[in-house]
Design a protein around this ligand. Structure first.
Ligand code: SF4
Length: 359
């Protein structure tokens, strides 16, 4: 066990073994990841104010509460003023960065709107707010235009790197093509972004070997950032019918921490987010993730009136806390978890600078 943990590289079998650990062995894994985190990215945690600006989506992913076929939710599209107000809050409170997230659309009007928002956010913050986008698959030209207008990080989750599993959780059609998703990740690298991806952990049909494959996929595409968390079922989705096959929520949570720890060992200098889905299972879930390898947290700055309607999964936390409350609560929690907050800093991925230096 210790021999494996002291390695710098891991094969698929070793990763699957580490992911399956419980008890004392698991403690060793988590402690090792905490040590590696301290030595590489330190104990600073960076804020990304999350603005879920629209839940209108053209896609129909089988696990997602805001999929286009779900007619039980009210669709919303925050106004430019509301979005910019949230960005102003982030800037005035020295969050350093915001994440603009929405359902996936690729209409010219949507592309133009995001472009306009990027320029306005840069203007209102004197260029000081860093911007991450999470707006799905787009053309290379669109990515390049948004990069030029001020976005410098992009999150596009692969959700599963095993094509068989990918098509069990997505419709098998052109709009949900695995190849296109991988191609979009390549476009993002080619257009100069810090690129993030991630997966859901504890999906029906998913094995330790699949998750080990996901970790190796992250390494193979040389990604800079990762956002991954436990799969949480949503009753208005087709995947809900497999809920009896799932691990318990607590098991999915623990497995998610094992994934974060393994990833920190495998890619020591990337940014790893402590995602909200962790908190949906364990109230201190994000803080626990920070102690085993994560270094980014995304306080929700979505205007409260819309939060109920941006539910990709059940039990999403902080649906009615306003941004000020959210910030105070987080500050206290992070201090308890022994992290220092990188106020006013972008907290870019160290890995990105290493990767682009080599290129
Ligand atoms: S996961 Fe993303 S792309 Fe898929 S349906 Fe949900 S919001 Fe749309």
């Amino acid at each position: 066990m210790e021999k494996i943990l002291n390695k710098e590289d891991f094969n698929r079998e070793e990763l699957a073994y580490l992911l399956s650990l419980h008890g004392e062995g698991r403690k060793l894994l988590l402690n090792k990841a905490a040590e590696v985190k301290k030595m590489t990215v330190g104990n600073k945690v960076y804020f990304r104010g999350l603005i879920e600006f629209s839940n209108i989506c053209s896609k129909d992913c089988l696990y997602c509460g805001i999929r286009s076929s779900n007619k039980t939710i009210a669709r919303y599209n925050a106004s430019d003023e509301e979005i910019l107000e949230s960005c102003r809050f982030a800037w005035e409170n020295r969050f350093g960065s915001v994440v603009l997230q929405s359902g996936e659309l690729s209409s010219p009007a949507f592309i133009k709107r995001v472009d306009h928002l990027l320029k306005e956010i840069k203007k209102l913050s004197n260029g000081e707010l860093g911007i991450t986008l999470c707006c799905g698959e787009q053309s290379k030209e669109t990515y390049a235009m948004w990069r030029e207008s001020g976005a410098h990080r992009y999150l596009l989750r692969i959700e599963s790197s095993n094509p068989d599993l990918y098509y069990k959780i997505h419709p098998d059609n052109d709009l949900h093509s695995f190849e296109k998703r991988v191609e979009a990740l390549n476009f993002l690298k080619e257009t100069g972004y810090q690129v993030g991806t991630g997966v859901m952990i504890g999906l029906p049909f998913q094995t330790y070997d699949d998750l080990a494959g996901d970790l190796l996929f992250f390494k193979s595409i040389d990604m800079d950032m990762c956002g991954m968390g436990p799969y949480i079922e949503h009753e208005d989705t087709p995947l809900y019918k497999y809920r009896d096959q799932l691990k318990t929520k607590q098991e999915r949570f623990e497995l998610s921490l094992n994934m974060i720890a393994c990833l920190r060992l495998l890619m020591p200098d990337i940014n790893i987010a402590a995602t909200t889905a962790l908190q949906a299972i364990d109230p201190l879930g994000r803080e626990k993730a920070l102690t085993v390898g994560a270094n980014v947290i995304m306080p929700n700055l979505t205007p409260c009136v819309y939060r109920q309607e941006y539910r990709l999964y059940e039990g999403k936390p902080c649906l009615d806390e306003d941004a000020e409350l959210c910030r105070n609560c987080l500050e206290a929690r992070l201090e308890l978890a022994g992290s220092e907050i990188g106020y006013g800093e972008w907290g870019d991925s160290k890995h990105y600078f290493q990767r682009t230096k080599k290129a």
